[in-house]
Design a protein around this ligand. Sequence first.
Ligand SMILES: N[C@@H](CCC(=O)N[C@@H](CS)C(=O)NCC(=O)O)C(=O)O
Length: 205
Amino acid sequence: MGYTLYNRPGSGGFVVEAALALAEAPFELIELDSKPGMPLPESFRATNPWGQLPTLILPDGSVMTETSAILVHLALAFPEKRLAPPPGTPAHAAFLRWTVFANVNLYEAALRRGYPFRFTDDPEGEDAVRTAAIRRMGEALALIDAHAAGPFLLGGEMTVADVYIAMFLVWYRGDVELPRLARIRDAVRRHPVVGPIWRRHYGDR
Ligand SMILES: N[C@@H](CCC(=O)N[C@@H](CS)C(=O)NCC(=O)O)C(=O)O
């Protein structure tokens, strides 16, 4: 029995799908009928009580959520596929740092932009929540851009952290210049395994 990934096109499951494909792990993809910015169907809470995607069912049937945790888990489960640097190395520490940083700062900011009504009890404050979220995303992306080792985030090899950060570049709606991350995004787009998954989720973006 393989993995089951719940997602919807364009959502964060893109990077989990890419990681599973890079790991050559068998998985079934279940796409929920929902649009970004909309809460998922209430019935999905039976699978993930927090009601979010991506949700990954492991081969033993256990449920896993939180994108950075899923990426770390898959990297450790398939060490020979080199989804991340070897555990215990400084490069792996950097992998953990930026993957968690992205989850805590970028993913949360994307949620504030997409679902501002959850972050203020003042309906008139929603636009301000949204614009502050876009600004915060730009600040977080600029910090990652400044720390990218080159040519990829952690050095010479692409890891799932690159795929993850590239996803936030597509989602970002601001105007901060991100030259190193733009090059990483372009490499992710061209990757023979990840590229086709990218195009299914994001087209030519
Ligand atoms: N902390 C979660 C955030 C996941 C998340 O926000 N997913 C969005 C889709 S990209 C979602 O499920 N939105 C529906 C909702 O929050 O109701 C993670 O890291 O996976």
